[in-house]
Write a protein that binds this ligand. Structure first.
Ligand code: AMP
Length: 357
């Protein structure tokens, strides 16, 4: 464990999107500086102290970035391993890279979850068309083919109902290593946002219920419609995952709720879109919680004080922001992105629907 970072220290953030932006704002509230590393456009850089705009294979830029930071974290999972290794040789990185190794590859992730005794969808690896019959026999049909790496927001996925369709769908993945997953007949999708400090302390937020449209998160509602026992189980599952990884920081754990089980869909070793409700529902939101964890500060406790519905503003939805701002129960967040392209997350609304009981 490192000593708590004093105010004025610098937290490096790999990735400059909206998650990095909200992390930078939370860090600033705690008197910490942030340095964004982002090759492309960086909404986070608008609110950070410094921005390195360089590719992840620019060793000189990585070294200069590391030299300026006291600790390094990240806002997305697909950081090239070489860059991560180089940075890890220079400064502490939290969450530790082992969490990325697990979450970057769906097969490794599923195997890790099984080792923890947790339920997953039935799955099987697919390295080429010859593997399809055996894989689909293991998962059953319908199934979902997913690339093992670099999938997000439902990208790199295809639902298949028969062997011919599966062959065609696999061809669409252009030979990328894949897995097949059995389709889980879920009642609902929930996620748990959990944090672990450098001292091993764990703080978990209430599960939120998620609705996706076109593979992209549309709304998160807290409390999730779940019996109390299930809520506790979801929290315990998240705690188990964090502890097994000796994790430091905030993680999003996505689960399917079926009549008989909670099934882990995937883990995201970072702050998560389905945790944005904490900005209006909790004293310490997920962004501050993450900064506290990586900076070695004590965690907030995660108690929820309000019922909240978080709604993403995607593409042209952003036009609704001003009307929403006139509603006294709505907190408006815009990410400062210039162009409202379809499918692009432009902001979100947190609607407070009541005090927590
Ligand atoms: P993912 O990228 O794995 O989170 O998948 C995106 C969305 O696709 C999930 O939030 C679910 O709505 C759906 N989905 C993914 N995997 C499964 C599955 N095995 N069974 C049913 N629905 C799934």
């Amino acid at each position: 464990m490192t000593d708590p970072l004093p105010p004025g220290s610098t937290v490096g953030i790999l990735g400059g999107g909206q998650l990095g932006r909200m992390l930078a704002m939370a860090a600033a509230r705690l008197g910490l500086k942030t340095h964004i590393f982002e090759p492309g456009p960086a909404p986070a850089a608008d609110v950070a102290h410094r921005w390195t705009q360089a590719p992840y294979d620019d060793d000189a830029a990585l070294d200069a970035f590391a030299a300026d930071c006291d600790v390094i974290t990240f806002e997305f999972e697909n950081i090239p391993a070489k860059a991560l290794d180089r940075l890890a040789g220079a400064k502490p990185i939290f969450p530790r890279p082992n969490a990325l190794e697990v979450s970057q590859d769906r097969l490794t992730e599923k195997r890790f979850l099984m080792e923890q005794g947790l339920s997953t969808a039935p799955f099987a690896p697919i390295d080429g068309p010859v593997d399809l019959p055996e894989a689909l026999a293991a998962t059953g049909l319908p199934a979902i083919l997913k690339t093992r790496r670099f999938g997000y927001d439902g990208k790199g996925q295809a639902r298949v109902t028969d062997m011919d369709g599966a062959g065609a769908a696999l061809a669409e993945l252009n030979g990328a290593p894949a897995i097949a997953e059995g389709v889980v007949p879920f009642l609902s999708e929930i996620s748990v946002i959990a944090a672990r400090g450098q001292d091993g302390q764990v703080a978990v937020y209430d599960p939120g219920e998620n609705v996706h449209v076109g593979g992209i998160l549309f709304t998160t509602t807290v409390p999730a419609a779940l019996p109390a026992r299930r809520r506790t189980d979801a929290v315990l599952i998240a705690s188990r995952i964090l502890t097994a990884l000796d994790y430091v920081g905030v993680m999003g754990v996505e689960l399917f709720v079926t009549p008989t089980a909670l099934i882990v869909n995937e883990i995201a070793p970072r702050v998560h879109n389905s945790g944005h409700w904490t900005q209006a529902g909790c004293a310490v939101d997920q962004f501050e919680q993450h900064i506290r964890a990586v900076a070695g500060w004590p965690l907030g406790d995660g108690t929820r004080y309000a019922d909240v519905v978080m709604e993403n503003l995607i593409g042209d939805d952003v036009a609704r922001a001003l009307t929403a701002a006139a509603d006294p129960h709505i907190q408006v967040h815009l990410y400062g992105k210039a162009e409202a392209r379809p499918g692009r997350k432009m902001g979100h609304l947190n609607r407070i629907t009541g005090p927590a009981p």
